[in-house]
Design a protein around this ligand. Structure first.
Ligand code: NAD
Length: 444
């Protein structure tokens, strides 16, 4: 069914109403949406020494349109404002025609370390001469992958340390494997182990590690977007001012790794939330993203994954671009075991891993734009603080409507601290000094 990601007023609905609306829009059973948590029995089989199940909020980011298709984007995250900010930015990007995105083929890199190589040149030549044989061996190690249209696409020998008369060298052999819709770590590890003995023989070397590289730079996603400047306006700041502020913030990140780290953290707010919601390996995605960013700075060092400019067509639009590796799957690993992950994939309506990676990058781009827009106008604290105020209200024990009342009062006072929340809560409860006591961060 064609789904729309525009659901005006979704945030104003109760949790129950949101579920009902989502079930109706997606044409799925309400019950499927009610209990997407992992049961203890399944958890006990997933990892070791299990003593319980840990929960995270699951929310839906709205307004996403990617290559002309609408997506409701499930996000799992503990940090307030991430989902609202991504939805808000996606709405502005939608005004400019939505996200335009493409993904590389799902090529993962399998590494075989060859150590104690006495003649690195001869070893490289021997492996190159037998490349076709190695590729055949790799494919034979995973026939079901080949049957699905995947398999080994190539081989490359990298010299990490050249051999000399006095010292043996080290090689890393890369197998480039199309893993189709899997994240692919286990797949390529199996392949590395299958071909490693023959590689060791050809190179007359000791076989070392046989494992994937998380720098999945052959499996990148690229997204561009454009936002009419007028959509960026905030209270007190014109759209042109905010756009120029976003571009200046991008330049800051391009020139300074200290800023780039925070810029990229904001991107990963969006990326990771979708990675976690869909049961994917967020450590792998994080490792890949930061390794990829390691030479993206203008001065050659760590730099931003997303950059922002004024369009050069005279429109005055803001244009953004993001590129990062996206090693994620829609099959394999534990993601089909986790009911929350299955639900998230159903909400998204994606089958292909490349499509999923694209949506994650779009969520990252939207998160980045939202953060830069706030920073370039009123500053991040205003928006953050009102959400932080709600967290503090909950933390000191407010429930029901008291959560909003305590948060609003702190925002009005411009003083968002746990002890203030506590005082307001006690006052509102009419039990000053006698109410529920809670000590936070040294305040009691
Ligand atoms: P996997 O081992 O489950 O392999 C994928 C399975 O899905 C294969 O059996 C394959 O035949 C099957 N499959 C069904 N339909 C498919 C399709 N359309 N395309 C591709 N395969 C299809 O999982 P994986 O993706 O190889 O490995 C992912 C897991 O490995 C994750 O749990 C990850 O955390 C873990 N891991 C990660 C690292 C790392 O990142 N460094 C290292 C080791 C393990």
């Amino acid at each position: 069914m064609t789904r729309s990601s525009r659901i005006p007023g979704f945030y104003k609905l109760s949790l129950e109403e949101r579920r009902t609306k989502l079930a109706e829009d997606l044409g799925i059973e309400l019950a499927t949406l009610v209990a997407p948590t992992l049961d203890e029995e399944t958890a006990n089989h997933m990892v070791e020494n299990v003593v319980g199940v840990y929960g995270l909020p699951l929310g839906i980011a709205l307004n996403f349109q990617v290559n002309g298709t609408d997506y409701l984007v499930p996000m799992c995250v503990e940090e307030p404002s991430v989902i609202a900010a991504a939805s808000n930015a996606a709405k502005m990007i939608r005004e400019g025609g939505g996200f335009q995105a493409e993904a590389d083929d799902p090529i993962m890199i399998s590494q075989v370390q060859l150590d104690a190589v006495h003649d690195t040149l001869a070893a490289t030549q021997a492996i190159d001469a037998h490349a076709a044989e190695i590729i055949r061996m790799a494919d034979a190690a995973y026939p079901s992958l080949v049957a699905r249209g995947g398999g080994c696409r190539g081989i490359e020998v990298r010299t990490l340390r050249r051999s000399t008369k006095n010292e043996p060298g080290m090689l890393a052999v890369h197998l480039y494997v199309d893993v189709r819709d899997a994240m692919g770590a286990n797949l390529v590890n199996t392949i590395a182990e299958a071909v490693a003995p023959r590689l060791g023989e050809l190179a007359d070397a000791d076989v070392g590690l046989r494992i994937l590289s998380n720098l999945a730079d052959r499996r990148c996603v690229r997204v561009t977007c454009r936002v009419p400047a007028k959509c960026l306006a905030t209270d007190g700041h014109s759209g042109d001012e905010v756009r120029d502020g976003i571009v200046a913030a991008s330049r800051f990140a391009e020139l300074d790794p200290y800023r780039a780290a925070t810029h990229n953290k904001g991107i990963m707010n969006g990326v990771d939330a979708v990675v976690i919601a869909t049961g994917n390996d967020w450590r792998g995605v994080e490792a890949g993203a930061h390794a990829y960013a390691a030479d993206k700075g203008e001065n050659g060092g760590y730099g931003p994954l997303a950059t922002w400019r004024v369009a050069d067509d005279g429109s005055g639009d803001l244009v953004g671009r993001i590129e990062l590796p996206m090693a994620v799957g829609t099959v394999g690993g534990t993601l089909r075991v986790h009911p929350g992950a299955r639900l998230a994939l159903k909400i998204l309506g994606v089958e292909r891993a490349s499509e999923l990676g694209i949506i994650m990058a779009c969520a990252g781009m939207a998160s980045n734009m939202a953060a830069l827009r706030a920073l370039a106008s009123e500053g991040i604290q205003k928006g953050h603080m009102s959400l932080h105020a709600r967290s503090l209200a909950l933390h000191v024990g407010a429930t029901g409507e008291l959560v909003d009342r305590v948060a609003e009062e702190m925002s009005r006072l411009g003083d968002v601290r746990a002890e203030v929340a506590q005082q307001i809560l006690e006052r509102l409860r009419g039990a000053n000094g006698r109410g529920h006591k809670h000590s936070v961060g040294g305040a009691s």
